[in-house]
Design a protein around this ligand. Structure first.
Ligand SMILES: Cc1cc2nc3c(=O)[nH]c(=O)nc-3n(C[C@H](O)[C@H](O)[C@H](O)COP(=O)(O)OP(=O)(O)OC[C@H]3O[C@@H](n4cnc5c(N)ncnc54)[C@H](O)[C@@H]3O)c2cc1C
Length: 429
């Protein structure tokens, strides 16, 4: 029986493991193994809500082990470090708990490999960023941000008479930075209902970007203008056209020489594939460490290895590469499942990935949602308000239906709605 190993159970990889498990694993037509360094799957586009406590990982995180059991694949926790293509195996680092080794270093053989390890923040070599900035790549990092904010809020409550605002600087005014800023304002505004004598006015947020306008990836300027106006109405300071040249323990320095003091500096200015992927197993990678793939997601130097989502550079008909988005990771995952099934049946994996931009939406917490739908149709349609908000959340709803199936997925949506109704809006611990 052939073995297909998927590394990375995020937005793209979990769908691949689920579909292959149901279609092949359960029927013993192939052995499907998912490897992830984390124990639980969390939908990455919700990480900013984890960081502010508006999302409870206890409800939204999904145990890989339980999911594997129900869907016909096996799960192995481990961190990919290398690929030995000559022997068809991957190398996994030991899993540690402090100094204690929980799981030893291992190798795992594959007949086919799907790499879906996502991306990490890109620091552009700017001094101090790695040491002093916080990132939003993993659940652990999101929880760390939440803890720092919680402690600062507690201190503010104790020393309230000092009236010194908590200063947050977010570098990168793309969708992630803008959504994070709005979510923080929303969380701060909720605090007075939890016995803290404070509201959003105790928080000073500055959003910095080197580009001349916010949301540089969004083509339609009207969307950027609308979002910027909303951010300013919330009291968030927007500083565009400002390059950061250094990050320090208590602030950042701009190219103009100006220093912005900060209690918490968040880096959301760009992404790249994890560094260990660069040249891994002799495969072709680009300057952002992404695995270069053919339009059918096969890596250029090894037809047994596929890559999907943020960690790959998938060429598009117009010469660009598919953008790092949740919808791209999901769509590429669906295609790879069909290509792998073709391969197992002795057919050529002919399906090719062409990105169709169904829409880009920016959700400013409870305040405002705006964006473009059907962007592939001559510029698309600009939407705001309830429809935009419903559509924004439908990406996650589709994801739930995919990983849990129709009945369980619908029940999960019900559980989430009930939990919003029954539990406090903020998770403070
Ligand atoms: C705050 C935020 C908001 C976002 N909002 C949106 C949005 O609204 N719409 C949208 O389309 N996109 C959004 N994105 C982008 C989207 O989250 C990513 O494009 C998408 O998650 C990429 O999917 P992926 O499967 O490639 O990687 P991921 O979803 O990042 O999954 C990678 C998986 O690989 C695992 N992994 C990593 N390294 C290793 C290793 N060495 N060994 C084993 N396992 C490993 C990780 O634990 C993880 O489970 C947002 C991102 C962020 C951070």
């Amino acid at each position: 029986m052939k073995r297909i190993v998927i590394v990375g159970g995020g937005a793209g990889g979990i769908g691949v493991a689920t579909r292959l498990g149901r279609r092949l694993g359960k029927k013993k037509k192939a052995e499907i193994i998912l490897v992830d360094m984390a124990e639980n799957h969390v939908w990455k586009p919700l990480l900013h809500e984890v960081a502010t406590g508006t999302l409870d990982t206890g409800i939204d995180a999904m145990s890989f082990r339980g999911h594997a059991r129900a869907n016909g694949y096996r799960f192995q926790q481990g961190r990919l470090t290398d690929i030995d293509r000559a022997h068809g195996r991957i190398e996994l680092a030991p899993i540690m708990d402090g100094d204690q080794e929980l799981l030893p270093a291992r190798t795992l053989n594959y007949d086919y490999l799907v790499v879906a390890v996502g991306s990490v923040a890109k620091d552009f070599g700017i001094p101090g960023v790695q040491q002093h900035c916080h990132f939003l790549d993993t659940t652990e990092q999101a929880m760390e941000i939440k803890n720092i904010l919680r402690k600062r809020f507690l201190r503010y409550a104790r020393e309230e008479r000092l009236k010194e605002q908590v200063k947050v600087v977010i570098i990168g005014a793309g969708a992630t930075g803008a959504e994070m800023a709005a979510e923080m304002m929303h969380a701060a505004d909720q605090l007075k209902g939890y016995g803290f004598n404070m509201d959003a006015s105790m928080l000073s947020i500055t959003l910095v970007d080197s580009e001349e306008r916010i949301l540089p990836q969004v083509q339609r300027e009207a969307i950027a203008r609308s979002v910027e106006q909303q951010l300013q109405d919330m009291g968030i300071t927007v500083r565009v056209g400002q390059s950061v040249i250094r990050a320090e323990a208590d602030g950042i320095v701009l190219a103009s020489g100006e220093r912005l003091p900060s209690d918490l500096t968040l880096w959301a200015a760009g992404i790249q594939a994890p560094e260990f992927l660069g040249g891994i197993g002799g495969l072709e990678t680009n300057e952002d460490h992404q695995l270069v793939v053919k339009p059918n997601a096969q890596t250029t130097r090894d037809e047994r290895i596929f890559a999907i989502g943020d960690c790959c550079a998938c060429p598009q008909p117009d010469g660009s590469i598919a953008p790092p988005r949740g919808q791209v990771a999901r769509q590429m995952g669906h295609m790879v499942v069909n290509n792998l099934i073709d391969l197992l049946k002795g057919r050529e994996p002919r399906r090719e990935y062409v990105y169709r931009d169904l829409g880009s939406l920016v959700n400013l917490s409870r305040f405002h949602t705006v964006g473009n739908l059907f962007s592939f149709l001559g510029g698309g349609v600009m939407v705001e308000g309830r429809l935009a908000r419903f559509t924004y959340h439908s990406l996650y709803r589709r994801h739930l239906l995919e990983v849990y199936g129709l009945v369980r997925g619908t029940l999960m949506m019900g559980v989430r709605s009930l939990s919003h109704f029954l539990r406090p809006a903020l998770k403070l611990h």
